[in-house]
Structures are given as structure tokens and as C-alpha cells.
Write a protein that binds this ligand. Structure first.
Ligand SMILES: Nc1ncnc2c1ncn2[C@@H]1O[C@H](COP(=O)(O)OP(=O)(O)O)[C@@H](O)[C@H]1O
Ligand SMILES: [Mg+2]
Length: 313
């Protein structure tokens, strides 16, 4: 199986103008870039918030390219100590962007170190305090609520990415299909977009699977019927639910009472984070489940979907 990361990069827009959707954020970012260039200063530190796959990493990369700087990435969850963070910070030159992914996971001592960096452009190295090059920190988080207030307040702007519209996702699919030399009708592209949970990463994954099936079956042009058949094979239903989302829904329907996320995860043998971050938000947004004090319950709409989705698993 291809590595998603590598492929994600292959289809990543390179500049802000290349990105589709997120228009308000993109326009603001373009203003910040122009202003920073006019003042010959870096952009202020920014926070990107939103669910996985909406384009936080992509926008940071595009911003770095537009600024003419490097993108230096660290994942907060794997930064073990202050030394590791210090090394990443000291790598940043003028105009570079330090992208701190999942910044809510940064441990306390490292958060405090970041405060001084963000506020005074200084860092302690041994007994010295070194003045840092003018660079920008972009923090990304899927859990804005888990970020401390002092951390949030040190960012010049908080950009909340929103779900993509059907036309935006359709364009993203069409552009990616073009790059893969995969012939897809406009209705085929829209069918993919419809099932992509408003998320580019999911849309691109379905597009790649549809291309695989087209190649294997020597299908020259993928129509919306073809996409529907592929989705049936890979377990994605018309509402965009995947097998794990349907298993969660089915479990709740069978229980018939409020069930906590932890119990759901344990019974399905899945990680709590998977259910919490990748499954629950979409089921809630679709109105298929509801949050109650004692846990999650399936709604009438959710139960009806299970009966009509055409999948037994
Ligand atoms: N605005 C966009 N236009 C086109 N493709 C996008 C856009 N946003 C994201 N993508 C694509 O979706 C995938 C996931 O985006 P990514 O930036 O990794 O999301 P996040 O960092 O928020 O999890 C990437 O392959 C990227 O190419
Ligand atoms: Mg990312």
C-alpha cells in the first residue's frame, strides 16, 4: 500500500494561490505576506485550528513558499525535551516558518520555553540568552480547547479552518485526477466529493482508490456509476461513512442507550483517539448521533441510515 504521507505531499498545493477553498483565511494570509514583505519583517505567529485533513500543513507550506522561507516541522507529541525543541528553533533562519503540529500536545516546560521565544525572540542556551532570527511560528491543532490561554494569546491570529463545500472539493478532486492522468467525469468527481466528509484528505484518498480500480479494470473514463461501485468495494457509503463509522453507529443502535466514547472504543477494539478525532465529529455533524450526559446515542436519522445504507458491516 502506498504511504499516504508521500502521496499527500505529491498533491499538496505549493502556494497560497494554488490552494482551493478556505478563501477568507487565504486572503488574510496573503495580506500578511504582502505586509510582512513591505515591512521587511516576518509574519506574526499564527495558530491554525481544525480537524485532520482540512489543510493546516498545506497552508503552512504554501505560506512558507510565498514568504520565500523554509518550512521546518516538528510534531509536538514527539518532542521529548527542551533540547529537542531548542534545536528546531535554532534551525530557523530569517523568514522561515517553524510549524509545530498538534501544538496542544506540547509539554509544559516546552510551552514555557516557547513563550519567551514568541514574546522576546530570545532563547536560553546554557547560561546565555541568544537573540533569534526573525522567523514565524505556526502552531496547528485539532483540539483548540486543549491549548492553554497564555499560549493562545501569543498568536497574532487564530485561523479556524472550515469544512469544504461540495464545489470546492469537486475542484480539488478534479485537479488531483488531472495530475494523476486519471480521466474522471464531472459527475464522477462530484460523487467522490459527496462521500468525502467535507475533507480534502478523504477526497484524495477516494480519488486514488478510484484510479486504482480504473487501471485494474481498464476503465478509460470513470463515471459517477463507476465511483459508486468503487465506493461500495472500499466500504464508503453514500453519506461518506466508512466501516468504522458504521460500526460505531451500529453499536450504539444495538445498545439503545447512552454509551461513553471509552466504552465504544474498547468494545470495537479501536483507539479512543480514533473514535474521538476521526469518527465522532462527522457522525455528530451529520446528526447521526447525539451527545448526552451519559455518553453518545444514535438518532432516528442515524438508525434510518443504517437500514438504508446498503452495508451490513
Ligand atoms: N485547500 C486545499 N486545496 C487542495 N488540496 C488540499 C487543500 N487542503 C488540503 N489539501 C490536500 O489534502 C491533504 C491533507 O491536507 P493537510 O494539509 O495534510 O491537512 P491537515 O494538516 O489539516 O491534517 C493534502 O494531501 C493536501 O494536498
Ligand atoms: Mg497536518
Amino acid at each position: 500500500m502506498e504511504t499516504t504521507d508521500k502521496l499527500d505531499r505529491a498533491f499538496r498545493p505549493q502556494t497560497l494561490a494554488d490552494c482551493l477553498g478556505q478563501n477568507e483565511i487565504r486572503q488574510n494570509l496573503q495580506v500578511y505576506v504582502a505586509a510582512a514583505k513591505a515591512r521587511n519583517e516576518p509574519i506574526e505567529h499564527l495558530l491554525f485550528c481544525g480537524p485532520a485533513g482540512l489543510g493546516k500543513t498545506t497552508l503552512a507550506g504554501a505560506l512558507a513558499a510565498d514568504m520565500g522561507g523554509q518550512l521546518i516541522t516538528v510534531n509536538a507529541a514527539s518532542v521529548k525535551n527542551k533540547d529537542e525543541l531548542r534545536i528546531a528553533i535554532l534551525k530557523c533562519g530569517r523568514g522561515d516558518i517553524l510549524f509545530i503540529d498538534e501544538i496542544h500536545a506540547l509539554k509544559r516546560p516546552m510551552q514555557e520555553m516557547l513563550y519567551t521565544v514568541m514574546e522576546d525572540s530570545r532563547i536560553e542556551v546554557g547560561s546565555d540568552s541568544i537573540h533569534l532570527a526573525a522567523f514565524t511560528i505556526i502552531g496547528a491543532t485539532t483540539h483548540q480547547g486543549k491549548l492553554s490561554k497564555p499560549m493562545r494569546e501569543r498568536f497574532g491570529d487564530i485561523c479556524e479552518l472550515r469544512p469544504y463545500s461540495l464545489p470546492e472539493l469537486t475542484s480539488i478532486v478534479q485537479r488531483a485526477a488531472g495530475k494523476m492522468s486519471f480521466e474522471l467525469t464531472p459527475q464522477g468527481a462530484m460523487e467522490i466529493a459527496t462521500r468525502a466528509q467535507s475533507t480534502p484528505r478523504i477526497a484524495l484518498r477516494i480519488t486514488r482508490r478510484a484510479r486504482d480500480f480504473a487501471l485494474a479494470t481498464k476503465t478509460l473514463v470513470a463515471t459517477h456509476e463507476f465511483v459508486q461501485q468503487v465506493c461500495k468495494k472500499i466500504g464508503i457509503d453514500a453519506a461518506g461513512l466508512d466501516p468504522i463509522a458504521r460500526r460505531v453507529l451500529r453499536l450504539l443502535a444495538e445498545k439503545g442507550r447512552a454509551t461513553g466514547l471509552q466504552a465504544i472504543a474498547a468494545q470495537l477494539g479501536e483507539a479512543l483517539e480514533t473514535i474521538e478525532d476521526c469518527v465522532e465529529p462527522f457522525l455528530l455533524a451529520q446528526g447521526f448521533i447525539e451527545r448526552e450526559q451519559a455518553g453518545r446515542v444514535v438518532t432516528t436519522k442515524g438508525a434510518a441510515h443504517l437500514r438504508t445504507c446498503g452495508f451490513v458491516n
